[in-house]
Design a protein around this ligand. Structure first.
Ligand SMILES: CC(C)(COP(=O)(O)OP(=O)(O)OC[C@H]1O[C@@H](n2cnc3c(N)ncnc32)[C@H](O)[C@@H]1OP(=O)(O)O)[C@@H](O)C(=O)NCCC(=O)NCCS
Length: 174
């Protein structure tokens, strides 16, 4: 577990997800999805038991981890990192993340991304990759700051708010 003082003086705790976080995680992911402009997800259609089982199996498997950022003991953000399922992809991990609207711009994204990369290094992952919308300036800024480089751009892959948006694939060798 990592504890850090944020820009607003509050303390943020970064820790691994546990089964009892299941409902908060579902609410958080659904809230991110409901913004409809940042993540390629239309919401989770699962209940607490299914999510609890997912967290248990994920933790036992050792190939995926979710870290949570908590402020005042409430979920403020998450990062999800997943190692490729095949022997031939086990050196690569994919990252997805999201910070609740009211906590953005306070440094939580940087803390979460650092934690995910630390986990990946411990797992001897050599490359981390992620997908980001070309319209997502804040996320692009964060990833560039961390040394991620654009590997590929899929033109007009999404339509968001009636406009075409490219899918940008970025990666970093760690
Ligand atoms: C993208 C996201 C995860 C970043 O987390 P965050 O906590 O808001 O970001 P941080 O405060 O840690 O900022 C990290 C860096 O991003 C960059 N950044 C922040 N705001 C920015 C902006 N408006 N434009 C460009 N870069 C920006 C800066 O480099 C910043 O570092 P600095 O503060 O040292 O200058 C978060 O805003 C979020 O969840 N957004 C909605 C969901 C989403 O986009 N998920 C990612 C999908 S790929």
């Amino acid at each position: 577990m990592t504890r850090v003082k944020m820009k607003n003086g509050k303390t943020c705790e970064i820790r691994e997800i546990v089964e009892k976080d299941c409902m908060e995680l579902i609410d958080h992911v659904n809230s991110l999805a409901s913004e409809e402009i940042y993540v390629a997800c239309e919401g989770l259609d699962i209940d607490a038991d299914e999510e609890r089982a997912f967290i248990r199996v994920m933790r036992e498997g050792g190939k995926r981890m979710i870290y949570l950022a908590l402020v005042d003991n409430l979920l403020a953000g998450h990062v999800d990192i997943q190692i490729g399922p095949l022997a031939m992809t086990s050196h690569v991990a994919e990252i997805g993340m999201g910070v609740k609207k009211r906590y953005r711009g306070m440094g939580l994204g940087k803390l979460l991304l650092s934690e995910a990369e630390k986990w990946a290094k411990e797992k001897e992952v050599q490359k981390v990759k992620l997908e980001v919308f070309s319209s997502n300036d804040r996320a692009l800024g964060l990833y560039q700051k961390f040394g991620y480089r654009i590997e590929a751009s899929l033109k007009n892959e999404y339509i968001i708010d009636g406009k075409f948006v490219d899918a940008i694939w970025m990666s970093k060798f760690i």
